[in-house]
Design a protein around this ligand. Structure first.
Ligand code: SAH
Length: 357
């Protein structure tokens, strides 16, 4: 009797998470640690039901442009950290970024995500110029920035220029853990302040963490989930940590596909209408990792629109899935993968429900 009660308990927690959209920290921990046949399928089924209620079968495609791999920071886990003398650095000119967007627009993309290292070459003025030019050429598109920590005034300028979304992962919600992943010149409090500022300005904000980063415990992940629930981002970017051979964590193990997929399902249930990408990192540790993510509640995929010759240089981690394919081929491949699991690729702007025009 006792035994069957214990076996059923996490399944009950999954039910509770679906109906209430929340659990206590202890309950979340139990959900993350539970190991029994059928549990992941059960949880993923709930996550799919919730995503389909809010988004039907649609998966949003966002065109990702990795426009610089110069970075002034030295995050211990990241392959483009400034201390990595082996990284071959590149920057895309404004013209090249615009032509990536034009090509993406032709392919149907209506969201462009500009991501890069923290590169002071791109002054506030230059970022404003790039964002304004994209909006001028493609007023029906959304521009997302993912360029790290800047002052609130800078974020405001980018917003006024037409950037409506910003991705800044919190990386870990535990201050002591944050210290283990970053040098002293970076601060947990400043990153959190940036997230608050972005929200105050009115951005659709994305945040998130790596799964299985060095020194990460289940308690840290519970803290991450609590932070996500309290902060209420419009998007959660989360993928497995993967070691890069030129970093301090070259010998650390990668995060697992199982834990990443379980966390995706939990996040879908905690934040029912959040935009949730199945990340490239997930597709890197498992050839069908992104498909598994889609089947656990993820509803966004970001194909790479960067020029083929720089794609192989934006290496945050080892073995990153990089193809020399034309973007058009990448889109066809992604569309096939998405329909292989019963969903439908769409290129609409795909704003969060609270921001639909
Ligand atoms: N400079 C920007 C963009 C960073 S790159 C910023 O600071 O926000 C985007 C994300 O890649 C990071 O937020 C981090 O979570 C992830 N990343 C970096 N190194 C990684 C690694 N080794 N494995 C997996 N993800 C990594």
């Amino acid at each position: 009797m006792q035994e069957s009660f214990e076996r059923a308990y996490p399944f009950e927690l999954a039910d509770k998470l679906e109906t209430e959209g929340n659990l206590t920290d202890d309950e979340l921990k139990a959900v993350l640690l539970f190991d029994a046949p059928g549990f992941d399928e059960y949880l993923a089924g709930k996550a799919r039901a919730v995503r389909e209620k809010h988004y039907g079968k649609e998966v949003y495609l966002r065109g990702l442009i990795e426009f610089t791999n110069y970075c002034k920071n030295n995050c211990y886990y990241c392959g483009i950290r400034r201390g990595n003398a082996n990284a071959e650095r590149y920057r895309l000119s404004e013209d090249l970024i615009l032509s990536c967007c034009d090509m993406g627009y032709e392919l149907g993309f209506r969201t462009f995500v500009l991501q890069g290292g923290e590169d002071p070459y791109y002054t506030d003025e230059l970022v404003v110029s790039i964002v304004s030019a994209i909006k001028e050429r493609h007023p029906d598109c959304a521009v997302t920035l993912s360029i790290g920590e800047r002052e609130k005034e800078s974020y405001q300028k980018f917003f006024d220029a037409g950037a409506e979304r910003y991705l800044l992962r919190h990386e870990t919600a535990d201050k002591a853990h944050y210290r283990m992943l970053h040098p002293d010149e970076l601060s947990f409090d400043h990153r959190m302040q940036c997230l608050k500022n972005l929200k105050e300005i009115g951005y659709q904000v994305g945040t998130g963490m790596m799964v299985g980063s060095p020194y990460q415990t289940t308690e840290h992940l519970v803290k991450d989930l609590r932070f996500l629930k309290d902060f209420g981002p419009e998007m959660v970017g989360m993928g497995p940590f993967i070691p890069h051979h030129d970093t301090c964590f070259a010998d650390s193990p990668a995060g697992t596909v199982e834990m990443t997929v379980r966390l995706l399902a939990v996040i879908r249930l905690l934040l029912p209408d959040v935009l949730l990408p199945a990340t490239t990192a997930l597709g890197t540790i498992d050839p069908i990792g992104r498909e598994k993510g889609l089947l656990a509640g993820a509803n966004v995929i970001m194909p790479n629109l960067s020029p083929a010759d720089v794609r192989s240089k934006y290496l945050l981690y080892d073995n990153k899935k990089v193809t020399g394919d034309e973007a058009a081929e990448a889109v066809r491949d992604m569309t096939r993968r998405i329909s292989s699991v019963g969903y439908e690729a769409v290129v609409a702007r795909g704003d969060h429900a609270n921001f639909r025009k």
